[in-house]
Design a protein around this ligand. Sequence first.
Ligand code: DGL
Length: 257
Amino acid sequence: MRAESPIGVFDSGLGGISVLSAIHQLLPQEDLIYIGDSKYNPYGTKSKEEITNRCIAICDQFIKLGVKMIVIACNTATSACVPLLRKKYDVEIIGMEPALKVACDRGPNQHVAVWATDFTLREKKFAALMHRFDQNYDIYKVPCPQLVRIVEEDDLENKERVDKALQEYIERSGPVDSIVLGCTHFVFFKQLLANKLPDSIKLIDGNEGTARHVKDLLQKRTLLNTTGAGSISWINTLPEKVELSKRLFNYMEDSVK
Ligand code: DGL
């Protein structure tokens, strides 16, 4: 394995592009390969076995492409099968989970809504995470499947549809101190959501933390690319989604300028 080898990043579709952008900003010299599994999206309503089979197919493809690390830019896929993938492949595998700790660390008696897929919220991995905090904090689970569909269907510009969906999930969350965006598709709504909420409600996602984790681990393994030009290669199981993928990537890059 060489420092010049690419990093593989994948998601059930286009949500992981928000993570890809965070990695690219922190590590502009790395070559990144993004695989979006839009043909099989959403994962959030599928069985553990179905999700695991898709993740294996994607990781096999990354191994053939010679990646030095795989980032599962998807909370749902991580909860389905990250231990199995780590056992199966020799490369370092980084997963994601809802950043509940960050929300609870804001102070005592926090009221926190976790927005995620139905699968993530039902799985053992999230139950274990929640168990660490739910004695001292009020935690509400809010599945938000419409937000995944809006991104995949290229409908972020549809103000009426977006407003209606966000409003519904805000109402379901109740009175909260923070909302954890526990699905990578939801990060595309962060600014729109912030516009609808008072400043006191914090929106928390795991993207920057994941990018830092990628950097730390590469540094530890002396695999950090410090001389490359940095490139992004796009693969999608629905090739017609590549153009939308690039637009979403630019949208994320612009939002941090
Ligand atoms: N983007 C994914 C996540 O972070 C899941 C979306 C889906 O396929 O349902 O959980």
